[in-house]
Ligand binder design. Structure first.
Ligand code: 5GP
Ligand code: SF4
Ligand code: MG
Length: 454
């Protein structure tokens, strides 16, 4: 998911809406904006992309100088309108709106406890668990209540919360998901990625730190660190795949990181070939790095239809298979008779990759050498990225030779974890790489019920 918030601007809702446009890649299932005019909250939410959800009249209704917004996609939490965010409640301390990116590993347990004590839930989202905890929490301010609530949750969260008089942003102590602070016309902006600041013309002030809570009021920004400090574990996959290449997160530009990772891939796994071809769009920057390092020409041998969503966001398997052909086509004149190095960011189930290799071969390529700019994906993510269960991950259930043969390519090679971190400029300041290493920074509680993602 992606989150955005604006405090103290005439055009708060419009800016938030525009910010969501820039964050659309983080979720295309639902979108919503909640504004506040100092007394009343106004919300518009709907299923689909930002462009489909908001009309001119909806925007007119989102009055006030403060707003928060959200773009969402889910896995097991149903894809229905009641699961769209932001969530807004009216409780003993006034109004509270909230939008959340992440996944709580103990959400199911907390929800069960809350329901036993009489709480009634209206959605299937983790966000509502946080809301219930805040409503019951002790504290004299919303930030105190929010901090007390968040001390009970475990896992990944980046959230923005809005009251009548403040905008609060928080990043969990390990900092899995990004959050940045910006400024425009004297108003403050919070967003998942810097590309949202760029779109609205806001200036980046800084990243919100892992474990930090910022409280934005008319008097400015206050920073709190209400949690026990923990080693930073920003999701390395944000850099490799999820975030937009024009974003800079925790000081590292995503495009530069991907390109450097591609160079490492070329150093680790060179092969004699004629051209380097990226699988668009996720493989493009890494393929550029690979081509640069290997001295081979980069060619766009696969062209993407941009009017189809990312395959992995489509919720149904049947659509996924269909989606590959809708999404990509091979350029015969580029591929015919060539030995092709095909670069992509990851292999998850292996189904898409097999079709792409087939497509490249059908276009006349002599040889296909698959190069993956990540280590094998061997485990699911419990922290807000929609990877399937382990038994669906081809690298968890098959040897590399079996994968190569099922893809139908001549050679297959993955970047090592060390190579990945060389590309990232080192292991500091600290990342989560659990889906590649099996080193999970927060133990998934029993059988994790991923109720709401991103
Ligand atoms: P596969 O060959 O595993 O079916 O698909 C590989 C493609 O899925 C790659 O191009 C990659 O960009 C994309 N992908 C990346 N991350 C994820 C993810 O978390 N889940 C899924 N399902 N696909 C992903
Ligand atoms: Fe990111 Fe993978 Fe860690 Fe999930 S498990 S937070 S996708 S690195
Ligand atoms: Mg891809």
């Amino acid at each position: 998911c992606g989150v955005c918030g604006v405090f103290g601007h005439e055009e708060a809702a419009n800016l938030t809406y525009l910010g969501l446009y820039a964050l659309q890649h983080r979720g295309q299932e639902a979108a919503g904006v909640t504004s506040c005019d100092g007394t009343l909250f106004h919300t518009h939410r709907g299923m689909g992309r930002v462009a489909d959800v908001f009309g001119a009249e909806d925007m007119d209704r989102l009055k006030g100088r403060h707003a928060i917004g959200h773009v969402r996609y889910s896995t097991s939490g149903a894809s229905v309108e009641r699961n769209a965010q932001p969530l807004v409640i009216d409780y003993q301390h006034g109004g509270l709106g909230m939008a959340h990116n992440g996944n709580l590993v103990n959400a199911a347990q907390l929800r069960q406890d809350l329901e036993r004590q009489g709480s009634i839930f209206q959605t299937e989202m983790d966000t509502e668990v946080i809301i219930h905890l805040v409503a019951r929490a002790l504290g004299t301010s919303v930030e105190e209540r929010l901090a007390n609530a968040l001390r009970e949750v475990r896992g990944a969260y980046t959230l923005v919360a809005l009251t009548e008089s403040r905008l609060v942003g928080a990043r969990d102590p390990l900092g899995f998901r990004p959050l940045v602070l910006g400024e425009i016309d004297g108003a403050y902006v919070l967003a998942s990625e810097t590309c949202a600041l760029d779109l609205i013309g806001a200036e980046l002030i800084r990243d919100i730190e892992p474990g930090e809570m910022v409280v934005i009021t008319r008097d400015g920004v206050r920073s709190l660190f209400p949690f026990e400090p923990q080693p930073r574990r920003m999701c390395v996959f944000e850099y490799m795949y999820f975030a937009r290449p024009d974003s800079t997160l925790d000081g590292i530009n995503v495009y530069n990181a991907r390109k450097a990772i591609g160079r490492e891939l070329a150093r680790e796994h060179p092969v004699e070939a004629d051209v380097v071809v990226p699988v668009p769009d996720s493989g493009v920057a890494a393929a550029m790095g690979y081509a640069e390092e290997s001295g081979l020409p980069l060619e766009l041998g696969l062209i993407r239809n941009h009017y189809v969503g990312r395959t992995f966001i489509e919720p149904k398997q049947a659509i996924r298979h269909f989606g590959v052909k809708v999404k990509l086509n091979a350029v015969r004149d580029v591929l015919k008779g060539k030995r092709v190095i095909l670069v992509d960011d990851s292999i998850v189930r292996g189904t898409t990759s097999a079709k792409i290799v087939g497509m490249v071969k059908a276009a006349g390529a002599e040889e296909v050498h698959m190069r993956i700019s990540a280590p094998p994906t061997i485990g699911p993510c419990h922290y807000g990225i929609d990877t399937p269960d382990r038994d669906q991950l081809i690298a968890a259930t098959h040897t590399q030779e079996q994968i190569r043969s099922s893809l139908g390519c001549e050679t297959l090679a993955y970047l090592s974890l060390d190579g990945l971190y060389r590309g990232m400029g080192g292991r500091a300041p600290g990342y989560c790489d659990a889906c590649f290493s099996d080193d999970y920074p927060v133990a998934p509680e029993g059988k994790v019920q991923q109720m709401s993602l991103l």
